[in-house]
Design a protein around this ligand. Structure first.
Ligand code: PMP
Length: 429
């Protein structure tokens, strides 16, 4: 549901990095964006909805600006610019492969986003393979699997591993589809342990790293991921590229995901087609060069600078956010594995007696803060976590942080939630 009034965007005088002098490699655009709030003041916009879509990294914007003057067709032209753009596209593939830790022989297929990548994955799973997932997955890792075994939500990481192990006792090939980091709670799932039991039983694992990839290193070997998906727009590269990386055999054996030019090697007059092998098989049509170049630029920037600074920054802010929210009467946190479990920069919560849309609207209208409210495309999980709290509201609020988030943003959120919660009508929820 959209807020009744939308805060006015005050055009920034210029787009500048959030902290140009910051030592971490993920300086982002838009740090000087201001919004007009209900009482007429203008405030710096506090973007606490980074888990939905991250702001654009300076590295991504710079790479796109450099690319555009020589933008030309990819895989389709003999001209110098076409050749250069084809090289840039394939170089981006190699960079992304390095970023996610592809093994020799693995493929990187560029997609639109994680949802597209998981639909591609569902498309290439060989017939007769049992897909095993959890009912609490993000819809992108739930709905593409039409005939999956949907395990109930575990209460502990050990329970999650044991549930997968039990499910894998049935004979036959299997694929386990699991999210590395919840977009509702920020909790980190025991992916490597799940992969270990899966591999012991000869099964494969696809890891949804849509959230994880924006907060720390993703190493397919360390995770035990046979396949991994991520979204560029969550990784500070908002130009419409996503990734499916992983083992080539299923990808090469499957029918093309998209049928058309680029995926076809030879088409006879009678309609017989010889399809390409390798990434081209699933990338028919003119590819998104701008998107993949932007994504690769962020991968390179992060790889060169390391995650340590950003991880420290986020941990510090998350502790500040947790401490602030836990001090507000009537605020109830969403958590599957409990408060001590490792989390990345996401906090889901509900305010007793207040509809989450109302909380989000007032944070925007009165405090210049952007958060998300609803069920976060993970309806079964969010409903179940809400049921664990004393609140009776049907939906929740999510605050999420990343590069570009400041302590002032977090403090303003905590003060805003305290203000809103303090003015709620005491009789309800
Ligand atoms: N998985 C998770 C864990 C997510 O958070 C999201 C996005 N909210 C997705 C998958 C889907 O990503 P996209 O919308 O980029 O396809």
């Amino acid at each position: 549901m959209y807020p009744a009034t939308v805060p006015t965007l005050v055009p920034p005088t210029q787009l500048t990095p959030v902290a140009a002098a910051a030592p971490h490699p993920l300086a982002v655009l838009g740090g000087d964006t201001r919004v007009r709030v209900a009482d007429g003041r203008t405030l710096p916009y506090a973007n606490l909805d980074v888990a939905a879509t991250a702001p654009c990294a300076v590295a991504a914007a710079d790479a796109v600006t450099r690319l555009l003057p020589t933008y030309a067709s990819v895989h389709r032209g003999a001209g110098a610019l076409s050749q250069q753009c084809t090289r840039a596209y394939e170089q981006a593939r190699a960079t992304v492969a390095g970023f996610v830790g592809c093994r020799p022989g693995d493929q990187v297929i560029f997609t639109r986003n994680s949802t597209d990548a998981l639909n591609l994955m569902a498309h290439v799973v060989p017939a007769g393979t049992t897909v095993i997932t959890f009912v609490g997955e993000h819809h992108a890792n739930l709905l593409p699997w039409r005939r999956a075994v949907r395990l109930p939500l575990p209460r502990t990481p050990d329970e999650a591993v044991a549930a997968v192990e039990r499910a894998l006792r049935r004979p036959g090939p299997a694929l386990v589809a699991v999210t590395a980091t919840s977009n509702v709670t920020g909790e980190v799932w025991p992916v490597a342990e799940i992969a270990r039991v899966a591999h012991q039983r000869g099964a494969r694992v696809v890891v949804d790293a849509a959230q994880l990839a924006a907060h720390g290193p993703v190493d397919m070997a360390a995770l035990g991921a046979d396949y991994l998906v991520l979204s560029g727009h969550k990784l500070y590269a908002p130009f419409g590229a996503g990734v499916l990386a992983g083992r080539a055999d299923w990808l090469d054996a499957a029918e093309p995901y998209l049928r058309g030019g680029g995926a076809s090697r030879q088409v006879a007059a009678d309609g017989a087609v010889r399809w390409a092998d390798g990434p081209a098989r699933h990338e028919a049509g003119t590819p998104n060069l701008v998107g993949v170049v932007a994504l690769a630029a962020v991968c390179s920037a992060v790889t060169a600078g390391g995650w340590a600074h950003l991880a420290r920054h986020e941990r510090w802010l998350l502790e500040r956010l947790d401490a602030g929210l836990s001090g507000i009467a009537g605020v109830h946190r969403l958590a599957l594995f409990g408060p001590g479990h490792p989390r990345l920069g996401i906090a889901g919560f509900a305010v007793a007696g207040l509809d989450s849309a109302e909380v989000a609207r007032r944070l925007a209208d009165e405090h210049g803060i952007g958060v998300r409210d609803g069920l976060f495309c993970a309806h079964p999980l969010t409903r179940r976590l809400l049921a664990d709290t004393p609140v009776t509201t049907a939906t929740a609020v999510r605050a999420s942080i990343g590069a570009g988030t400041t302590a002032e943003h977090v403090d303003r959120l905590v003060a805003g939630v305290a203000d809103i919660a303090g003015r709620r009508r005491p009789a309800s929820g």
